[in-house]
Design a protein around this ligand. Sequence first.
Ligand SMILES: Cc1ncc(C[n+]2csc(CCOP(=O)(O)OP(=O)(O)O)c2C)c(N)n1
Ligand code: SF4
Ligand SMILES: [Mg+2]
Length: 303
Amino acid sequence: MKPEMDFLIKDEQVYSGALGCRGCGWSLLVRHLSSILGKDTVYVVPASCFSIITGPYPLNDLKANIVHTVFAAASATATGVRAALDRQGKQDTTVVVLAGDGGTFDIGIQALSGAAARGENILYICNNNGAYMNTGIQTSTATPYGAVTTTNPGQGYKRTWPKDLMGIIAAHNLPYAATASLAFIEDFRVKIKKAKAVHGCRFLMVDGPCPPGHKTEPGQSIQIGRLAVESRLFPLFEVERQHYTLNYKPEEMIPVSECMKHQGRFRQLFKDGNQQLLDEVQAHTDRYWLRLLAMEESTMPAS
Ligand SMILES: Cc1ncc(C[n+]2csc(CCOP(=O)(O)OP(=O)(O)O)c2C)c(N)n1
Ligand code: SF4
Ligand SMILES: [Mg+2]
């Protein structure tokens, strides 16, 4: 008998009328996350599109407690909230950071690294939409090579590779870290459940659709997310202590162009004379995939 597929939201923890754009990843991410974590959860939210979506007090997107905090201090705030709850004997309450890529890869990385190194009992979720979207699509260190943002003076698009944040996170030897996609919702929900059950510092990075920032059709968010995984641009994997597991190995070798061509932010890569740029993205993607396979092969499962 096949195991029951789990992709339905049974216990809705989000009010109707969220302020996100159509096709935004934040809303779907938070709906699934909160339906699994339940009411006994404190969300720590630094500046991002989600801090606007959930709204200032007394407005609230979520039926749980939310602490709005400054960009650089999300993990430090979560550390303090955790300590206060523990002091009250509320060890079972989950403390979650909900941050964007700007708030994680760049501005919040020092506090995140500190909390990870101390082993704080918090769950950190990064919605990686590849730019500072809330303030008008500025480049972050998560922005993909070749993407147009509003801060690429001279060149018009980014010409450096995104930071390997999962590699940095893995170097902290966390009990649980993983990537996830809203196009693979069963996998995402399994990872939320795993992360909830683990004690210590846990990290999930979710590929975040953003139609205005990626210059995509809102109705294509999930299809493009699926293509990102199928083309290996956004591999799905877990890192438990030092052990890597690739959760999905596409059977077909789909070129990265199949995913990128749907996104207006990459349109210059498809202009005559720019094939070399696309080739560079393909080669970088292939190298990263081979490295993940090698890591899976060479690392021992956590005991
Ligand atoms: C210290 C500080 N600098 C700048 C801002 C303005 N600001 C608010 S949200 C935001 C963008 C956040 O980007 P990201 O973390 O990637 O989240 P997204 O908006 O993409 O969801 C910026 C720059 C701020 N609130 N605080
Ligand atoms: S700009 Fe992007 S991340 Fe922000 S609410 Fe709109 S779709 Fe979501
Ligand atoms: Mg962002």
